[in-house]
Design a protein around this ligand. Sequence first.
Ligand SMILES: *Cc1c(COP(=O)(O)O)cnc(C)c1O
Length: 233
Amino acid sequence: MMNNIAEQLAVAYQKLAKNCEQRPDSSVAVQLIAVSKTQPSAAIETAYRAGQRHFGENYPQELASKAITLTHLPELTWHFIGPLQSNKTRLVAEHANWVHSIDRLKIAQRLSEQRPAGLPDLQVLLQINISNEAAKSGIAAVEMLALAAAVNALPRLQLKGLMAIPAPGEQQKLAEDFAAMQQLSMQLQKHYPNASELSMGMSDDWPLALSYGATMIRLGTAIFGARNYDKHE
Ligand SMILES: *Cc1c(COP(=O)(O)O)cnc(C)c1O
């Protein structure tokens, strides 16, 4: 499995390059984030040695312990992409470079207060519950500008854009959700020109997400293979 990581990364980057050529805005760089939740630190190190720099994690404790284990990899960039409870914000403030899952002002305020003085500002995205799923994280689209204004006013955070995890389903519905995210992103950028990142697309749907303007895609299975949830901390 581990030997395949470099190969799977190479395949993903090839596909990404091909897909990017077809975009109308092919000048926009797309960041591939390798989602390493439940995978051992050794797998992350293997991907790093193959040139990968951006990694995504879902659980604060797991992110913190991997970050500590891998401090010898200087360019490693951590994206926290999971649901965040207020009693776990400190771990994320101390170890993440990016947080994609801001869905409450309280969480942003705590990250702002807890960001260590010696580190650069935390880069943050607002998570939108674009499929309006009852039990899912994220704010409603109508709440976006109010939360953006409040987050933008906080020190130590930089508002960089939006993130979404559309409900899995038919292509048509998925395309509508990605299109709605693209519209929201354009609306946000009218007010905050630097908030141009759009984090959407996973192993199964990223080419479609790219065609609706995704600037960050989050690939787990496609890079590392299947996850074993029993083993995560
Ligand atoms: C796990 C996860 C991913 C990666 O999912 P794959 O289908 O394995 O690519 C991407 N984004 C989020 C928010 C996740 O939790």
